[in-house]
Write a protein that binds this ligand. Sequence first.
Ligand code: 5GP
Ligand code: MG
Length: 457
Amino acid sequence: MCGIVGIYNHPEAANLAYLTLHALQHRGQESAGIAVSDGKTIRNYRRMGLVSEIFTEDALTKLPGDKAIGHVRYSTSGESLLKNSQPFCVNYTHGDLAIAHNGNLVNAQKIRSRLETQGSIFQSTMDTEVITHLMAGSREKDLVNILVDALHQVEGAYSLVLLTESCLVAARDPYGWRPLVIGKLDNSYIVASETCALDLIEAEYVREVEPGEIIVFDEKGMHLHKPFAVPQKKALCIFEYIYFARPDSHVFNRDVYEMRKGFGHQLAKENPVEADLVVPIPDSGVPAAIGYSEETGIPFQMGLIRSHYVGRTFIEPSQSIRHFGVKLKLNPVRETLKGKRVVLVDDSIVRGTTSRKIVKMVRDAGAREVHLRISSPPTAWSCYYGIDTPTREELIASSHSVDEIRKFITADSLAYLSEKGLYWFTKKHKEWFCDACFTGDYPVKAEQPKKLKLVQS
Ligand code: 5GP
Ligand code: MG
């Protein structure tokens, strides 16, 4: 998964890109980068690591200009290497171009193989690079038509920001898997994956970039290039609501926090249990646990405390270290849990390995019963559109029943939110969402992505 930002017409474009990326750090912790334009040249600075470590004052002063794009990355396609970090910069017939992408293209491999047999040389293993190659190969003359030409050939999920010497462009695929919003700060425009980035710099929310839209920011201001593709079906990612987006963001025109609390209410209605405490698995389980507690009247307690100094990047996917990682991150509050019947609430189970350790941890702390409640349906299918859910074999729910999973994680009871309950917030617009990770109902067919690993939050 990734987060992207774009800044147009602000004397401190790089500083604003830095701040907005900081607010989007939860969307990717492997690498970060900012590209700026001063009207003549594009300069790009990208490194592996966290935004606050990469962008020192010194690094930022070397990024002059009034336009910028930025990116934070957690790789879902292409390895975790500096050459695969973004923004990705090229120089082609029409000048300098930088691009930052959130989402996963599903036909990138096919296009890449075709272009390579025609002589193209790729610098990275990222799907995003095919967009720049397709743009370079276009016979169109102006930027927007060149981009449309390229986007008509790619399939899958993309929210994009592009930077040239003179303008900023934002685009979103016709299905709209990944969010993208526009804000205004005096005479400047801000584009960002989530509204929490706008809040940080006190920019005013304008609207979303709609699925299938290309929006240009140049000396004439902000203007819409008419939709480049007519959406056949919207496929907004429901997992953004469940886990991915920050709860203080407004995504797909709804408040994420309210959505998560609603999942918790629904979960409690469907799967009540007699208990003394509702305890979230922080941070991702907190809003749903509040909803569960509100619905049942069972008191909410922070029975597990999270250390906020464990960078996700520290947790390498080797079993021995991952085991250690859970303890580094979470510690039970013994006095609160002792002798209690506890409802643990989390947003999802992926492999089940972390959940198992947490259940044990809560029991070892003295809990009498441990009931796990999950605020989404079983994650049984891989995501090809940018969420890093592993290959199907690694998803415990792809091969185990709920009761088998319960046994594996050693809980007294386990229950998930139903597929119907997931859509508590809408009857009419259910078909606007992509829930392939729960249903296997893929809006667009895809190749299995190559690089996959998982760390938890
Ligand atoms: P498990 O018990 O499957 O090992 O871990 C479950 C945890 O993984 C949950 O707390 C959930 O917040 C987290 N998680 C769910 N989906 C994702 C994802 O796509 N990426 C990452 N990094 N973590 C996830
Ligand atoms: Mg979590």
